[in-house]
Design a protein around this ligand. Structure first.
Ligand code: RTP
Length: 148
């Protein structure tokens, strides 16, 4: 089973969209393995976004991510990484289809509500960074397995 690190960014927490975002992943059929409200340090965020450190938008991205708490989650399920990103929408919310989280709730790339791992490899790196003591492993009942 594939896992992804999904994070509600500070604007999502401040706007009270945490429940809405969780609801979408639950209703899709994905399984929640970990969830925590974090107030990450600058160093932690720089590590999370280390692949982007040469980008011109890196400093404002870090300031935005420091502007309030974030909700980090680990979700599991079939093609979790790819489908998770599809559910979030495009990086630029103006290019995101209605029905996606960014397409429905925001208009600015610099305040685009949520993060989703971009590969299975980065998902595992991010899960280890945000949940170093591990996540909860649990099994669905047989009947739920038939549905999902
Ligand atoms: P994320 O990592 O947050 O899920 O976003 P992403 O894969 O869709 O986009 P990525 O290229 O990894 O960029 C990370 C975050 O940086 C901000 N950004 N600003 N001003 C800009 O051109 C720009 N480009 C990216 C966004 O908050 C983006 O989600």
């Amino acid at each position: 089973m594939e896992r992804s690190y999904i994070m509600v960014k500070p604007d999502g927490v401040e706007r009270g969209l945490v429940g809405e975002i969780i609801k979408r992943f639950e209703l899709k059929g994905y399984q929640l393995l970990a969830i925590q409200l974090f107030k990450p340090t600058r160093e932690h965020l720089q590590e999370h976004y280390k692949d982007l450190k040469e980008k011109p938008f890196f400093p404002p991205l870090i300031e935005y991510m420091l502007s309030g708490p974030v909700v980090g989650m680990v979700w599991q399920g079939r093609e979790m990484v790819k489908v998770g990103r599809r559910m979030l929408g495009e990086t630029n919310p103006l290019n995101s289809n209605p029905g996606t989280i960014r397409g429905d709730f925001c208009i600015e790339t610099g305040r685009n509500l949520c993060h989703g791992s971009d590969s299975v490899e980065s998902a595992e790196r991010e899960i280890a960074l945000w949940f170093p003591s591990g996540v909860i492993q649990w099994e669905r009942t047989k009947i739920q397995k038939l549905i999902y």
